[in-house]
Unconditional design. Sequence first.
Length: 234
Amino acid sequence: MVRYADEFGRNAMARLSDMVALMEEHRVDTGSTLNLFARRLREAGRISKAGRGRGAASMTFTDASRFAIGCFATDHPEQAPIAEAAFSATVLTDIGIVTGQWQLEASEGEPFDRALAKLLQALSRNEPAAERAAKAAEAKAEGKGGLYLRPQFDVEISRSGVSAAIRGGGSHWIFHHPKMAAMISAETYLEAAALEAEFNSATLPFRTGKNVKVGMDARLLYALADLVGPDAAL
């Protein structure tokens, strides 16, 4: 993977081309197809405008989040901008918390792209790992062992339902399309039917009828987080 260095010889922050290379390494898709995804999303203004070589824009965690979402939301690069925007705009509707575990700082109604960006930033800064390591050290000092396991998170995207989930440490954060969330809480059949029609109208151009679920495992999430780097902007 090519990384550009600054004037002091240090690695610069990640470029879009770095993300393409990383996704290819993790066999998300071929390099040529991933480049098409990147170009479509960049042209649509969904990720930072990028030049070439040393003039390329440094990626933020939101850029990484949206690029990953775009690549997993559809198999077709031409549909990437509308599919990514729709999945990124899904909102947090259900939070299941396991007490004592590290928690994602996301509140109800927060969009998926921002929540995923926050997760990547936390993984990059090793925040969950730092908490767990500190607890392991404390337990060891008290003679109770001290086994430390790196926190495991995964992300699931449901293409047919236009929904997503972040899971880790026994906790979960579930995201639904705003129209679907409103439909579920509708008080009357007519209100629900109208919202369902709006949901279908907004998502049918890219939504598959098959019950397809795709996921980002912990290995890919940590790789993306490490690539963007702890000093990058959210």
